[in-house]
Write a protein that binds this ligand. Sequence first.
Ligand SMILES: C[S@@+](CC[C@H](N)C(=O)[O-])C[C@H]1O[C@@H](n2cnc3c(N)ncnc32)[C@H](O)[C@@H]1O
Length: 245
Amino acid sequence: MPSADEGDRPPPRTFGRRRGRPLRAARDRLVEERLPALAIDLGGEGPLDPMQLFAEPPEAIWLEIGFGGGEHLAWQAERTPKVGFIGAEVFVNGVASLLRHIDERQLDNVRIHADDARPLLERLAPGSIARIFLLFPDPWPKARHSGRRFIQRETLDSLARLLRPGGELRVASDDPGYVAWALAHLMRHPAFCWTARRPQDWRQRPDDWPETRYEAKARQAGRQPTFLRFVRRRHGTIPEAHPGR
Ligand SMILES: C[S@@+](CC[C@H](N)C(=O)[O-])C[C@H]1O[C@@H](n2cnc3c(N)ncnc32)[C@H](O)[C@@H]1O
């Protein structure tokens, strides 16, 4: 059982750096000028209905956690303009990159949480998300860092609470250890059902799923990515939000 002190401690960081090379002036300006209008305000109390973040309520809300440079999110947002997108990313250079995609493609269906995704997960209303993407999360391959992996029982509880029944969770990784970890946690979780029927289903990326920057890097390095799709069961626990996280 954790001591009172341990209970108060923030969860371990699941990410590496928050900043990379200094942003060029133009990107810096983009973040300063464009982010405030698209950023999600987590102030206030009570569940946050993501439909309210958009001028016109979208048909559904999709969430990408750790969107990196935002190429996948921008591609999805352009392809499905009636869906409202929420992207969460701590890496400021990645946020700037997504803002550039948003401007270039003139997207008005994207909102951004430029910080740790986990407090956002706690605030979003239960059943409010139709699809969640977690693509090439940092693998933290050393056993002693396993607490930093994004997939943990607690985060899966949060994702299960957010996903509407029949909603989809997509996870990809090029790290065999992370794939085994993700599968073990997801198969054990009562709310998720793996959709794969044959090896092709996890070896081949579906057509509505563009390559991300990390997938390209993995392939160049000779690593084979794995693509996992899970459906939120209609029955199965929807745990309460974890207070204080
Ligand atoms: C290995 S990169 C993959 C980026 C992108 N999904 C891709 O496939 O190219 C993992 C990303 O997740 C972000 N990340 C890790 N933990 C996060 C968290 N708790 N909240 C938001 N972003 C996170 C990191 O900053 C990093 O950009």
